[in-house]
Ligand binder design. Structure first.
Ligand code: SAH
Length: 358
């Protein structure tokens, strides 16, 4: 790192940075641990005042700030809108499950991928987030709730593999034992299917859980829903998934958003089962996989509709009968616009409206 963006630095890099400011290496470790707690520089009482003043004047510290927060009355899910130091806003969702807490973070402000059903991409991509801006969402949610973040899912706004270096750096930062020490296995990365990124991720050897947003079982349907499929079709995508499993030993999860009349019929379910049985076969072995079904969260601007809960149940049943592991994901935070991108979109629209009024 050649910048002064301190929260994106690994402890070793931070040591070099503080050495240049005339401080000992253990100060870097203290600073790293303080940042992992979400402390502002003024709150880092274990650091000498002179050093803190130096940091305030020299360092670029990008801890996000909570711009808006909504707590679900139904299940306690917390939806945050975080403001970055340049004013750009992103959202994240903190959920509580029986097996622990799970925090869904954004990797980009907006998204360039253009999936037809998704609110995050409606205004395109504003910019990538730095590693610290992704990390900061987890740190601040931990600080705000007072609860440990047990699992991280990179399923908020943005395509993580379109921001590869910052996302990998984020994974290394959050798993560092001097800070939050989250096990890499507790991190899920969701991709729309940027195939070269999947190969690169497998090369890092990081044992993350890979989630692939499939949403269709044939190229014509997937082309229509997800423009990325025109660059990397289903066959190329499943080949990359097999490679990921072979290299990391990690089971791949497929996300399948059910959209009424587009991909939710009995025939679609049978085709999907067939595809996954064939597609995940490698040297006569079937790589284990799991399908997460989710009923579309309706986004007004797209005109697409969710199927009924019964249709979703039937779809899951067909998959299971055909030997594919499948679950219908429970919707948390239904009353706090928990679908990704919706809160940011609303926030930007509100801001624009206000600007026009001024
Ligand atoms: N870009 C990544 C991660 C962000 S989206 C990806 O595409 O995987 C996280 C998941 O939510 C993806 O599976 C995405 O396809 C899905 N999703 C997006 N908008 C949705 C909506 N309105 N309803 C249901 N799922 C949606």
């Amino acid at each position: 790192m050649t910048t002064n963006e301190i929260m994106s630095m690994y402890p070793g890099e931070l040591e070099e940075y503080v050495a240049a400011l005339g401080e000992k290496p253990y100060r870097a470790r203290q600073l790293f641990a303080d940042m992992a707690k979400g402390y502002r520089i003024g709150e880092m009482s274990d650091l000498p005042l002179a050093f803190r003043s130096l940091l305030i004047s020299q360092a670029d510290y990008r801890l996000p700030e909570i711009a808006d927060k909504r707590v679900s009355k139904i299940d306690g899910t917390v939806k945050y809108l975080f403001r970055m130091t340049d004013g750009e806003c992103v959202e994240s969702v903190f959920m509580r499950y029986e097996h622990g807490t799970s925090h869904c973070v954004s990797s980009q402000a907006g998204c360039a991928m253009g999936c037809r059903f998704c609110a995050s991409t409606l205004l395109g991509k504003a910019r990538d987030l730095t590693a610290s801006e992704i990390y900061g969402q987890a740190v601040m949610a931990g600080r705000d709730t007072g609860e440990r973040v047990d699992n991280i899912v990179l399923m908020g706004t943005g395509e993580p593999l379109d921001n590869f270096d910052n996302v990998v750096r984020f994974i290394r930062l959050i798993s560092d034992s001097l800070g939050l020490g989250l096990g890499v296995r507790h991190i899920s990365l969701s991709t729309c299917g940027l195939v070269p990124g999947i190969y690169r991720l497998a090369e890092t050897g990081l044992p993350v859980t890979l989630s692939v947003s499939l949403h269709a079982s044939d190229d014509a349907t997937r082309d229509a829903l997800m423009p990325v499929n025109r660059a990397y079709n289903i066959e190329k995508l499943l080949t990359a998934c097999r490679d990921f499993f072979r290299k990391t030993g990690r089971r791949v999860t497929f996300e399948y958003t059910l959209i009424s009349g587009k991909n939710d019929s009995e025939k679609d379910a049978l085709k999907l089962a067939d595809l996954l049985r064939k597609g995940m076969t490698d040297d006569g072995r079937v790589s284990p996989c799991h399908v997460n079904l989710i009923r579309l969260n309706e986004v007004e601007e797209t005109g697409l509709e969710a199927p009924s809960p019964d249709r979703a149940k039937a779809f899951a049943g067909t998959l299971r009968k055909a030997g594919i592991n499948a679950t219908v994901r429970r919707r948390l935070g239904a009353d706090v616009t928990a679908s990704c991108g919706q809160l940011r979109l609303r926030h930007i629209k509100e801001e624009n409206k206000q600007q026009k009024l001024l």
